[in-house]
Structure formats: C-alpha cells, structure tokens
Write a protein that binds this ligand. Structure first.
Ligand SMILES: [Fe+2]
Ligand SMILES: [Fe+2]
Length: 338
C-alpha cells in the first residue's frame, strides 16, 4: 500500500490488491470533484479514458491553432495598409501563442509536446477542418475573423469552465484574444461592405464561402457525436454541438444584418415556437472529407507545417546545446563550490 493522499496520482502499487484499492480511492476522489463541479488538477488521480479524451481534445485544439496561422499568414504581406498588416500580424502571433498554451496544458496530462507534434506531422492527428479551405481574397480575413474566430469563441467560452484546470485556465486568456480577433474581422467586413460595389461583393463572396464551414466547426450533429455525452458527464463540454451551433446562428444572423450582408442559407428564418433561428442542412459528407485530409488545401497545409518544422531544426538544436552547456557549467561550479 502507498501512503498517498487519496486522489493524488500514486506510484503504481506493488501488488494487485493494493493497486485496486488505490484506484478505488482515486475514482472516488475524482467522482467527488466532478459532482462538486470543481477542478481536476494534473496530480489528481483520473480515469485513463478522461486523460485520453483530454489529450486528444487539447492537442487537436493546439494543432488547429498552429495550422490556423497559415490561411491568414499568407495575407500579411498583402494587407492593404500598414495598420491592417500590424493587426493581422498580431492576430496570427496570438494563434501561435494559443497553440503553445494548449500544448503546455496537454503536457500536464503526461504526453510531451514533441510526441503530439509528431502525430500532427505524421498525419495521424486531426485539426479543425476549416483551415483546409483557401483564403482567396482580403475579404477572407474579415470572414475568418468574424465567422471562424466567432465560432471559436462560441465553442470555447464554455471551455473556460472545463473540469481540467490547466485547460480551463488556458481558455480564459485565449477567449479574450479571440474576442479581439472577431472584432477585427467584423471591422474589415464592415468597411468593405460600406465601400465600393466591388468591395461589397468581395465581402459577400467571402461570407458565402465561410458560412457553412464555420457552422461545421461545432462538430457533427449530436446524434453522430458519440463522445459528447461522456465529455459532458465529465464537465469538459458544457453544451452539445447542436446547442452551440444554434447559439452561434442566433448571434450571427443579427450581426449579418448590421454588416448589411446576407448569409447563404435560404432556410434561415426565425422560429417563434423555438425562440431560435432555423437553418438549413449542412454538408456533412464534405465535412468528413475535409476533416480527414481531403480538403482543398489539406496537402498544402501539411507540407507547409512539415517545412516549417524542418526549418526550425536549428533552433531546437541550439536550445538543446545551450541547455547542455549551462547544465555542465552548473555542475562544474558545484564541484568547485564543494
Ligand atoms: Fe486562437
Ligand atoms: Fe483567433
């Protein structure tokens, strides 16, 4: 038997009976945390399925932030003014930061970042399907900010209360930055929509292309999302995919009116009985294809990521060499001191 505080992740016990007792106490502690709606921290005992679900979700989220830098990164050098360039650069850098917080959160679950990164590079890990679409015009920077970052906010604000502490805390800062991203996208679209007819057309075209994929960012319909129920029982997810999607639709219909742009869905209409907007069916076959690497830019996104990883090899080598050097210096200073 170990003498650990119940619930803390204990060193595996020597005999099966002791191990079983340790797991029972750990499970009890975990269940109490979930029932009280408080937080699970890295050193707490947790069911393996909970840990696995979180590693998958948090790392997919991190990969999405990193791959998501590409469609907008392509437009930094083509931004129409210095101000727009500075804003877009700040936004893309934020996304890199989001990736890093999230990889750090995932590491606290016991899977190192280089392992997660390798899964992405090998094509074994998924990331949000939306980033496999091209950003064709400057107006796409507006549509991505308004709709894609907007959908991210709708999805992520409830995750600030996720039961796993490091994930929830990372989401607090991420959501604040996403709000800025959404506002800058909104402003780009507003200016274009109130500019020349050609600019307005460009804004409308961008919204037409990003509307469907942004609704798909919430994931498959509830009946096709078997893991959602368990994630909700564990207080990781707070609302189902369809609930979040509905919230988002209700929000953007009015925002589109203020932008003087239309949403490309003939079935979109207010439903008095439900107190929500009805919307038309989404193309889930397209979603499945795009999320599994068959999107219009999937190959390009992965090539670019692998190239960036290779280009960064010298940084990793230099950091490792520096760490070795300082460790050796410290060791010899201790020897002299002793
Ligand atoms: Fe982000
Ligand atoms: Fe963002």
């Amino acid at each position: 038997m170990t003498t650990q505080t119940p619930g803390l992740h204990a060193v595996p016990a020597a005999d099966p009976a002791a191990q079983a007792e340790q797991d029972r106490a750990g499970q009890e502690h975990f269940d109490r945390i979930i029932a009280e709606d408080s937080r699970v921290e890295p050193r707490d005992w947790m069911p393996e399925a909970y840990r696995k679900t979180l590693v998958r979700q948090v790392s997919q989220h991190a990969h999405s932030e990193i791959i998501g830098m590409q469609p907008e990164g392509n437009w930094i050098s083509r931004a129409p003014s210095l101000k727009r360039k500075a804003i877009l650069m700040a936004k893309v850098q934020d996304e890199a930061g989001h990736g890093l917080y999230l990889y750090s959160a995932a590491e606290t679950l016991g899977t190192p970042r280089h392992v997660l990164n390798q899964q992405l590079l090998d094509g074994r890990a998924k990331y949000s399907s939306i980033f496999n679409y091209p950003a064709r015009t400057w107006a796409d920077m507006g549509a991505i900010g308004w709709l894609v970052d907007g959908a991210a906010i709708a999805n992520q604000v409830p995750l600030c209360r996720a039961s796993y502490g490091p994930y929830g805390r990372a989401m607090v800062r991420i959501c604040k930055e996403e709000s800025f991203h959404q506002r800058q996208g909104w402003e780009i679209l507003y200016e274009l929509s109130h500019g020349t007819p050609a600019q307005k057309q460009m804004a409308q075209d961008a919204v037409n292309r990003f509307y469907g994929p942004s609704l798909q960012m919430f994931g498959p319909p509830d009946e096709d999302s078997p893991n959602s129920k368990q994630s909700m029982a564990w207080n990781i997810k707070r609302f189902s995919n369809d609930e979040l999607r509905q919230r988002f639709v209700d929000m953007i219909v009015e925002q589109a009116e203020a932008l003087d742009l239309t949403l490309p869905d003939p079935d979109l209409k207010w439903n008095e009985d439900r107190g929500h907007y009805d919307y038309g069916p989404l193309d889930w076959d397209e979603f499945k294809a795009v999320v599994s690497g068959k999107g219009p830019c999937s190959v390009q996104r992965m090539q670019r990521r692998r190239q960036a990883h290779e280009d960064g090899a010298w940084v990793r080598e230099a950091a490792a060499a520096y760490a070795r050097k300082t460790a050796a210096e410290r060791a010899s200073a201790e020897l002299i001191g002793a």
